[in-house]
Design a protein around this ligand. Sequence first.
Ligand SMILES: [Fe+2]
Length: 277
Amino acid sequence: MSSQGGLRPEDIVNLEAYPIADCEDPARAALVERLRSELDSNQYCVLPAFMRHAARERAVAEAMAARHMAHHIRDRRNCYLQRDLDPSLPGDHPRNLLFDTSSRMIAYDLIPADSPLKTLYHWAATRRLVADIVGAEALYDNADPYQPANLLCFEDGDRSSWHFDSGNAFTVTLMLQAPEAGGAFEMVPNARSDHDPNHDYLRAVLQGGRSQDIVEVAREPGSLCIFRGCNSLHRVSPVSGGALRVMGVLVYETEPGVVGDPEVNETVYGPRVAITG
Ligand SMILES: [Fe+2]
């Protein structure tokens, strides 16, 4: 794969639709303005056909080549990403409603150095675009050996249960390959707020009672998606069929030099990343 050489950023990003290379371009300013307002009102925005076809095919091939090294994360958890029950609370409290989740994570160090995913991730124009859309003064690449850019895969039966993201103010994902069926990205925007945990409402959603509030975020392969998952419940519905659902995950930080917590890394990337001694 590396003998082909890496693709250039302009061969990876659909610059005709997304003129992001030149910060002075008024078309870029208009694009940023639109996406920023979409993110603010919907808690997500999508950039369809962001990645060019050939780059996407190559990233999918890299995922297929590395899938046997992916860490299978299998868990039963609540929407706060906790695994244990709290006996002091009622059984139907959101804290005590646990659901199965299952996905496969390919860490940064298992992805080829000249992968289009890495070239896209480290390109200043991508970082600047995300910063402008999320309203950050500056963003920096994550400095962890495993976290900066990942390939998240879902096989037949895999799913991600309803949850809030902890810590990340925003998440950036790139849809690389759709499954045959299922694997919908669903969201309940603003299901809670910083001031109101909204437990009664969450219980209703988690028990399947508020289907009218669920938004399905349409994402074709090649789409970039930015969303705020801290107060917006989200999940990936169960995947079915033989085709892997493959997603790139790009992690940007608001300060330089950020590395992951070793315990969290071990949970996400598996025992091979454990620090011993
Ligand atoms: Fe999430």
